[in-house]
Ligand binder design. Structure first.
Ligand code: ZN
Length: 325
């Protein structure tokens, strides 16, 4: 694991490297940015660098510290994750106790708190004092997609490192290197909105592409008036309840593309570029109808998140796509 395996984020990485070169690494970092951008990977490479015995701006990969880090049992590295969406005070108390013990293998210790905003208020308050005066050997990295949920008193103590979505060109380039074909690489770069983690996961997921084919076929039969499909297909939605947001995004991007197609015929903004024939076939839908469907899909995305009756929400959406045709 090193910086070379990371796509994008050159500014963040350079600033971390420079801090190490100048010997002014902060004791408390807040890595902030959307999920799936690679914050955790960079935090781990940075941690590995801080622990490495060669003390360069990148891990040497061969010292005992680097090898222990890669094997996942470095005694001076700890990573904390939320459990059931929460990091409780009890866990932070343990972290603080372990921080008081001097490093064992390296000269430093590193603790990464993943999804740090999931610490409740008590946990954050318990951390505060330590963040004011951490032991000299201690480096703490908070990773968060929602820094606004951290207490202001915590935020003001951390050195903020911001992560921005990766450019679509970089994602396409990266996927092409991994033998994803051009049309798919384009589709994934748009669909994942700059999240490299998601792009990699989906590019390797046969399920995702099968699901996309299934959704697009379903939409096609609905807009062409096959009402019975609504009922015939319900089981598959229930089976895929865990991925429902992703499935609804396939719906959403499709109808958004349909508007683009009707307006421009051809456009670089169209995500489903490999399905232009299908877009043409469905372009008989008028703008008002498409906008109505889009509104309904967005509403369904909200509803399924707030646990409104799942089956009813989906069925209502499918009927909205189908009705009057
Ligand atoms: Zn090393």
């Amino acid at each position: 694991m090193d910086y070379n395996s990371i796509i994008g984020h050159r500014i963040a990485i350079e600033s971390l490297k420079r801090a190490v070169e100048n010997g002014n690494e902060s004791h408390f970092y807040i890595f902030e940015g959307d999920d799936g951008l690679g914050k955790r990977t960079i935090a781990k490479v940075f941690a590995k660098t801080l622990l490495c015995k060669e003390k360069n701006n990148e891990p040497c990969q061969i010292c005992s510290s680097c090898r222990k880090f890669d094997s996942g049992n470095h005694p001076d590295f700890m990573e904390i994750f939320p459990e059931k969406g929460l990091i409780k005070k009890g866990v932070i108390d343990q972290v603080i106790r372990s921080m008081a013990m001097a490093p064992f293998e390296s000269e430093k210790k590193v603790i990464v708190i993943d999804q740090a905003h999931m610490m409740n208020k008590e946990a954050q308050n318990a951390f505060l004092k330590t963040l004011e005066e951490p032991p000299g050997y201690m480096h703490i990295i908070f990773i968060t997609s929602s820094a606004k949920n951290l207490l202001q008193t915590i935020r003001s103590r951390g050195q903020n490192v911001k992560f921005y979505p990766i450019s679509k060109e970089d994602i396409v380039k990266f996927l092409l290197e991994r033998d994803v074909d051009m049309e798919m690489a384009n589709f994934l770069s748009e669909f994942t909105k700059g999240s490299i983690g998601k792009a990699i996961r989906l590019s390797e997921s046969e399920d995702f592409f099968n699901t996309r084919e299934w959704v697009l076929e379903l939409i096609d039969s609905l807009v062409k008036g096959e009402k019975w499909k609504v009922f015939a297909t319900m089981d598959r939605f229930t089976e895929n309840k865990d991925n429902i947001q992703e499935i609804l995004e396939i719906f959403l991007f499709w109808f958004r593309d349909l508007i683009l197609y009707k307006t421009f015929q051809d456009s670089d903004l169209i995500i489903n570029r490999d399905k232009k024939i299908l877009l043409r076939e469905q372009s008989f839908l008028d703008f008002e109808k498409i906008n109505d469907i889009i509104e309904k899909i967005v509403k369904t995305m909200e509803d399924v998140q707030t646990n409104v009756n799942f089956q009813l929400s989906i069925e209502t959406m499918l009927f909205r796509i189908q009705e009057e045709f």
